[in-house]
Design a protein around this ligand. Structure first.
Ligand code: SF4
Length: 186
């Protein structure tokens, strides 16, 4: 039987990839464990590592605003990352680190059973939707696999670096809101 206690216990003691050596905290995820929608980023940053929570730094504040723009609160959704430990200096998580950690995300999917999975940024989209995913041309497109609806939009950090992408993210968010309402009315 799968339980949150088993998952959290496994994550907190995990040494399956070298990221355990430099982490302060394992960041498993946060939010509504019965939500129909799950947001997945690439990995914890500095603040997330220090606080043990995903998306709590500047990118997290922007994510909260993005959710607010589509009438959602953090408590309505579940938020996690591909890797549960911070890559040093905020580098991209390596493929072998992502592979080592992926079973935890699969386990979370089994526990939560969301209908919609939103990939925040290129790394999450490549890991979840397709290895050759191109965020600039494929964001905002729905993909359906094994009963899940997947979509990718820009990572809030990318929007902070390049605000010109915000318009595209807003268009994606509206699609996410519509699908979420549709799923909740089923
Ligand atoms: S990133 Fe994932 S696989 Fe690597 S040590 Fe942390 S929990 Fe384990």
């Amino acid at each position: 039987m799968k339980t949150w206690e088993i998952l959290e216990g496994a994550c907190l003691s995990c040494k399956k990839c070298p990221l355990w050596e430099t982490r302060t905290n394992v960041v498993v995820g946060t939010g509504n464990k019965n939500s129909k929608i799950m947001f997945v980023g690439e990995g914890p940053g500095e603040q997330e590592d220090l606080q043990g929570q995903p998306f709590v730094g500047p990118a997290g504040k922007l994510l909260d605003k993005m959710l607010g723009a589509i009438d959602m609160k953090r408590e309505d959704v579940y938020i996690t990352n591909i890797v549960k430990c911070r890559p040093p200096y905020n580098r991209d998580p390596k493929e072998e680190e992502q592979s080592a950690c992926m079973n935890y995300l699969r386990y979370q999917l089994k526990l939560i059973e969301p209908k919609i999975i939103v990939c925040l940024g290129r790394i999450a989209a490549k890991a979840i939707i397709s290895p050759d995913f191109k965020i600039t041309s494929q964001h905002g497109i729905w993909y359906e696999k094994k009963g899940y609806y997947f979509i990718a939009t820009y990572h809030p950090s990318a929007l902070l670096r390049d605000p010109s992408k915000k318009y595209h993210a807003w268009e994606d968010l509206k699609k996410i809101r519509d699908k979420y309402l549709e799923m909740n009315n089923l």
